[in-house]
Write a new protein. Sequence first.
Lengths: 613, 164
Amino acid sequence: MAKTLYVDLTSRAIRARETDPELLQTYLGGRGYAARLLYDNVGPEVEPLSPENWLIFSAGVLAGSGWPTGSRSCVTAKSPATGVYGYAHSGGHFGPAIQLAGYDAFVISGRADTPVYLLVHDDRVEIRDGGDLWGLTTHEVEHTLTHRHPGAAVAGIGPAGENLVVFASVMNDLNRAAGRTGMGAVMGSKNLKAVAVIGTRPRRLPAAFLDLAKRQSAYLRGHGNLGLLRKYGTPGIIGPKNAIGDLPAKNHQLVQFPAADRMDGEAIAAAARKKLACYACPIACSRVTEVESGLYQCLVEGPEYETIDSLGPMVWNERLDVLIYANLLCNELGLDTISTGVAIAFAMELRQRGLLDDAEFSLEWGDPDSIIGLIRAIAARRGRLGELLARGVREAAAALGGDAPQYAMQVKGVELPRQEPRIAKTFGLGHAVANRGADHLYGLPTLDLAGWKDAAREIFPDLYPEILEFGNERYRANVLVYSEHYCAITDALGVCKFSANETFALMPRDFAAALTAMGRTFTDTDLLLAGERIVNLERMLNVRQGLDGTHDVLPERFTREPAVVATDGGRGEVKHTSVCDLPAMRGDYYRLREWDDHGVPRPAKLKELGLDG
Amino acid sequence: MRLVIDPVKCTGCQLCTIFCSVRHRGLVDPTRANIVVLAQHRLHRRVPFTCFQCQDAPCQAVCPTEAIVRDTKTGALVVDGDLCTACGLCTEECPYGNMFLFPDDSAATKCDLCGGAPECATVCPQGAITVDDGAQPGATADIDAALAAARRELDSDPIRRRAG
């Protein structure tokens, strides 16, 4: 049985307890387990950057098990961006180390009086002096700690987290980001620079499970739905998204980018030097790209799709070298690339409209000096604009006043991920209602957008083929509800969505089979119910602090200003325009979820899910 | 039989180490596999690395109980668990670090080519590990020369020079 590690940085007390198996059955583990711990132990009165907040690193049972793509871990805390539920997750090799060291989670409370790092080597746990690490970039910290502790997996923060930037990330494996909702700031507020884990405990798993894992790995290796990811990684979706108007640009003033082919799948492939994979992954979507010479010369694992749109079209940057370098800089400084790009785009639109100017940065669309300079300024909280944007676009807009809030692309304090709500409507609904703020991975509703016909027919036999019409608000809520439950499952089990939610190569029944082969009784219905329970628990965590349907909104741009989609990737004639009818979809969503008109789960639903205690 | 390793194709996924440990230990125990994946993080390189089944094997020569024997079918050097006394001399003698003696183990462990169907090659999703059925084990001198050549190639890599 794996354990949960409790570390209090104030008292420096360390203890490990066997994880309650009932909690793992009910909430599966990973994200679900951490959400339950947060709900039970971090009350509404706790300030996110105070010692009373909990920072929980958790990995689901399939992470580090040999199950293909079982590599993911989660960082959970009350978020300084939203003030309510926050979490971020990442791939690489950190999650498996947690499980291989014998743990389901590390629960970190309190605040160290001086900078420290946590070292976990199986049962041996130490809080170590981190004075020589404070101020280092995430890469410098990782190189230092892997040299000092050979074989360690490291998760750490950079200067942005130390400076409590509200969208600071936690980085592992150099360039793998647990980026969203400011978990890096929570870590910085605790004076915790890094967590280093060496896991060498064998995992005794049933032969039936290991056989299944091996067969599923071979199955995924050749699966047709994974072709684009295998060949190009996430940059492969740039071209198709641009064609339909789902490539937001200039802070969502436009939805297509004429220079998209400078940073699409082929362009990234040409700049790529290496393919890398996360733990136990047969897909290997990741690319290490290089800028060979010039001011932006560098090598980085990335950029991924979200980063490309954030630091490319959103800020009207057409230069791949600037994009790659900006990605590396964000990673080294420990900044979420999505929030950073959206924050810079916000500033650039304000300048465009005469609402902002700055002595240091021109803020002209696409200006490399502004982009790179602002990344550094935000991480350091330096200068008027660096300090302002480090608070996130919601607070920055509030501080500026006037019309500024109209141009802040955020929901609940989290900068919008890179889907266009007026075109990818299920994503639009998802961004509005997600419990951790605007989030593309809370639901990742690709069923209709990518047109996975077989899965759609199987999951929604009575709504097929209308269920696939992603531009029509009707039935989008049906897609989203299912997708959110499936995402909760994969986040709780520690597997990558690319094997499952993104492509439907694997279905919930495959994970039920995995858990059953492990000796735990689950059907796919059980799993989807657990997913529903996790989403409702997260909702109640927010409701408890006064959030409700009035917060499930989108910036007015999406409901009021039509998106204009043209032929030829935006260069040609106008094909059509579209807005997002959020209220219609939201009403459907609450009804399907059996929540009231204010977006609050009804007592009967909570009772059904065992959340009424 | 010989394993053919192409580091350029290796993505560092660790499926080889995971399923080697499953095959030989019946556990998910990748830190005690008979193959390792060397990582050079600054250059993002990954290199699967395991026994060369040397023709003139130093491990076999030093073993005081003649516990390391050649499998004539595969050409692999295999540890006979009944003869091995876990003295550890082989782990000191192998110039490449491919002999292992883990605490709590009663015998040394090494790559044995899985009796003819190497698990690592079977599970590798990238074709970074393949099998050359007809190849004979090489002499350590040849292995040393190949490793030195690989090192020179690495040192001359333009990416290495720039990334520093």
